[in-house]
Design a protein around this ligand. Sequence first.
Ligand SMILES: CCCCCCCC/C=C\C/C=C/C(=O)SCCNC(=O)CCNC(=O)[C@H](O)C(C)(C)COP(=O)(O)OP(=O)(O)OC[C@H]1O[C@@H](n2cnc3c(N)ncnc32)[C@H](O)[C@@H]1OP(=O)(O)O
Length: 688
Amino acid sequence: MAQYTTVNGSVALITIQNPPVNALRAAVREGLFNAIQKASSDPLVRSVVLSGQNGTFCGGADIKEFGNVSSMSGPLLVEVFALMETSMKPVVAAIEGFALGGGLELALACHYRIGHSKARVGLPEVNLGLFPGRQVIAGEALKLGLLDRVTDHNTVDTALAFAKSVEGKPLDNRRLGNRPCPPLENMDAFFEEAMKRVRSRARGASAPVVCVQAVRGAATLPFHKGMELEKVLLGTLFNSGQAQASQYCFFAERAGARWSMPSGARWDTCRALSISTAAVIGLGTMGRGITVALARAGLSVVAVETQEHQLAEAQRVVSHMLKGGGQVSYSSDLQAAAEVDLVVEAVFEDMALKEKLFKLLSSICKPGTLLATNTSTLDIDRLASCTRDPQLVVGMHFFAPAHMMRLLEVVYGPRSSPEAVATAMQLGKRMGKVSVAVGNCPGFVGNRMLKPYLEQAYFLLEEGATPELVDAALEEFGFPMGVFRMTDLSGLDVGWRIRKEEGLTGPDVPAGQPTRSRHGHRYSPLGDLMCERGRYGQKSGRGWYLYDKPGGRVARSDPWLRNFLEEYRVRNALVARPIHRQEVLERCLYAIINEGFRILDDGIAASPQNIDAIYVFGYGWPKHRGGPMFYAGQVGLARVLEGLERYHLAHPDVPHLEPSSLLRRLVASGSPPIHKWNQMVKGHRSQL
Ligand SMILES: CCCCCCCC/C=C\C/C=C/C(=O)SCCNC(=O)CCNC(=O)[C@H](O)C(C)(C)COP(=O)(O)OP(=O)(O)OC[C@H]1O[C@@H](n2cnc3c(N)ncnc32)[C@H](O)[C@@H]1OP(=O)(O)O
């Protein structure tokens, strides 16, 4: 766990050994503690170098141990730090790769720090619901005083020579605990302003707020008092539930890489096809973002758009985004896709158009080309059936803006080959995405769960709520945008087109159909009515809110909408009632969760972690709430079930509120923890 050798006669070299990231689990802490004691007591040793195995200094505390803090064994991190800092022999950290969180604190407990120029240091614990900070590269760390020296050469060798040069020198002013924090003018005003800003951005997350309190303590109190305060604050965070949620997200983010298909095919047994060239078809907003994402991942991309004016505009925008980097050519001819390894189709969400395109692509592209569609809801298998090689068709569902959003849903149809899925998943990794493989059904995972969420939001408007009230409740919960602001941003016409495609609205709806009912179920036509009035959201300057101009970003309440809703209620004999924030949250969130359970039971998602990763990285679900499925566990499955039963009783014509069978089975079996849910799933497939 901590290898100890003596080098150059007098330098003890301690190497942390805990792959893959040298996390500081109990055995490592113990190893370090013993090694420092050994170096201190060995009369031949005059200095110490601390490094990490395999070019990695240390990824911090072991996050897996946080799951059971009470059973943590071995010396505490602070005890290791204290032993190191009070050592009478100079300790030099040799930082390669990264020193993060407790790993950086370990380096800061050393008397000197030498970093490789490519090393990254920082305190990223905000992502884990603990004290936060940002990561910086070695050069900046040097300027900030976090490092004493940066090298391009072998870091350990440099540190060993350096350690030799400081043997016997006084250490008192090298111990950070002895150094006072430089005074700051208007310290109180500074921290109050910082707190105000952090609170407004934290959206209910405790860690950033508590961090300001800890930094204030560190800056204004004597060292040991600051440490005591930090311990108390850390305890608060650990007990908040938010830290567990964030730590769960850390692993959920990585769990998608270990994908599996119902056939038994899985990540470690399938080989990805080699992809170096790609074509993107359709250069609207999505196609442009996808082009940038692929080009940044090192692919040579041909961007195809048949409308000349759109092509010219796309070329301008994409070149600007890529700032001269990336290899992209442009064409208005589909033949340009003939020799590529991968095609990503990103045309309008229209099945007939996509079917035609897939038929064409299948005849144009060389054998072996992977055909991917960026559809957000349509049937992958129907598209596959238009092609020569249906096994080479998958969904690659990007999220806008495609070059920035972390999520990629990789959708496999019944005929998609494991190699095709492996290829799309590997591409996702190359693009830096959180990729999750999911099965084929309308809306896949993300949009399928969005549907009941939107539906509840519309129903709440019918019953007396306003967009402002619904959005405020959701934003207070932690979403960056409430559901109405979000649909204004993405465009109300997107859902309208999908509902037309589904025959729920538009000319295909049979005459005499009741306004607020479809197939015997409650239906709200509010979204359709808005679109019929040209209210598409930000793009038209009017939606659920009012904007200064088309494309405007600042939402204002719209008196027109208030009247519109009142008239709508009168027309439909609806009586507005006061709606409480709690009802908004329960109906909107429980509806999402309920659909999540159905998706799990249907085998469309392989695990609750996959669903949560999709919601956190694609739909703005707050990380400190862990994703909808984790949140359900935190609220209590029995309470979620009771809520759904209550709302379904009140709204029996809303099938999405009828509790899913999996949720019922889980509650009946005593609400097991989330990692055991899969055992209760129909046709359960083993977890990897
Ligand atoms: C009431 C008082 C309670 C007392 C408790 C005291 C505890 C001490 C509390 C606070 C002090 C210190 C806190 C911390 O240090 S928290 C950890 C801070 N570190 C981080 O946040 C870094 C997290 N890791 C990363 O960002 C990346 O993993 C990376 C940059 C280190 C490496 O990236 P990459 O090469 O892309 O690899 P992966 O991300 O895929 O990771 C590989 C593998 O390793 C696992 N892993 C990574 N970091 C950790 C870790 N710190 N602990 C445990 N495991 C870690 C990761 O999960 C991957 O494994 P897989 O999930 O099985 O795929």
